[in-house]
Design a protein around this ligand. Structure first.
Ligand code: AKG
Ligand code: FE2
Length: 298
């Protein structure tokens, strides 16, 4: 159901693999990647870093609470994001960091907030972020080539990417949770490509075109890849953004998505449409709709 792809073959532009990915991107919007250039040890380190952070007492996480800022860098408590207006705010906790542009007044390029503890947190995250960013760029370029678009043009749109690396922590599904409560409610991702690492615990579900939900998971060392709203718009649905969710269950779970978004000024309107939709306008609108502390901003 969800195509399982050899990343090395994709990056070497193996024709049949590129074709499988083209079909997956167009028809499913999800695939998994194995045999990737990201060392398993770096993935283990980033999970360990987030795990230690989320285990800190609330008062310590509170020091880097993004709700005190006008952007989305730092910790987001349970209930701080509502990805589906028809559902409750998600019960997950998050930690977001991303691409910084010194002196920029765009929230999408805001400075990261690093907690003092756990020791080694920042190093583990920055190391993984650099690898995930480079790999995402290569995977996206291969896909763009696969759908017959100009790889060089796309690549040039990501030299100041509004990329965001997130640690998602889903505690055990709370006893109070009802039909409108989710780890993360049904949503499509906002950007171009999401490179998602997970800790091996199942939980992610992808909406099937014909209705119903399919579980998707990848062991540590492999990745789930999906596509966001900007790429769907930009490519005129040759790549689709498929809705997904995490209901959550008896066992806690973590995942680490890298949201790979283009430069702020990139035009993500449908290719050839003559329209202009700046990437930052789409992204910031979606951030403002979903993070509770940005929703209520004046
Ligand atoms: O936890 C997961 O597997 C999915 C997370 C997700 O969809 C997101 O953070 O956008
Ligand atoms: Fe998502």
């Amino acid at each position: 159901m969800i195509p399982r792809i050899d990343a090395q073959a994709l990056l070497e532009a193996d024709r049949s693999v590129v074709e499988q990915v083209r079909v997956a991107a167009h028809e499913v919007g999800f695939l998994t990647l194995h045999n990737t250039p990201i060392p398993a040890g770096d993935i283990a380190d980033v999970f360990a870093a987030y795990r230690s952070f989320f285990a800190l007492p609330t008062a310590q996480k509170d020091v880097v609470d993004m709700a005190r800022t006008g952007s989305n860098r730092g910790w987001g408590a349970g209930g701080s994001e509502q990805v589906d207006p028809h559902a409750s705010p998600d019960y997950k906790q998050i930690f977001d960091s991303g691409f910084e542009v010194a002196g920029s007044d765009l929230p999408a390029y805001a400075p990261n907030q690093w907690p003092v503890l756990p020791v080694g947190f920042r190093v583990a995250i920055e190391n993984y972020y650099a690898r995930a960013l480079a790999f995402s760029g290569d995977v996206l370029a291969a896909i763009v080539g696969g759908i017959g678009d100009d790889e060089g043009y796309f690549r040039a749109q990501f030299d100041q990417p509004m990329a965001l690396l997130r640690g998602n922590y889903y505690p055990q599904r709370p006893a109070w949770a009802g039909g409108k409560d989710f780890g993360i409610a049904t949503h499509t991702d906002y950007g171009c490509l999401t490179l998602l690492a997970m800790d091996g615990t199942p939980g992610l579900e992808v909406r099937r075109r014909g209705g119903g939900w399919s579980p998707v998971s990848a062991p540590v060392g492999e990745f789930v890849v999906n596509f966001g709203e900007m790429l769907e718009m930009w490519t005129k649905k040759r790549v689709v953004a498929t809705p997904h969710r995490v209901v959550g269950g008896a066992v806690e779970r973590m995942s680490v998505p890298l949201f790979y978004n283009p430069n702020a000024s990139t035009n993500v309107a449908p290719v050839g449409s003559g329209k202009v939709i700046r990437a930052v306008d789409h992204l910031q609108r979606r951030f403002d709709e979903t993070y509770l502390h940005l929703k209520d901003k004046p």
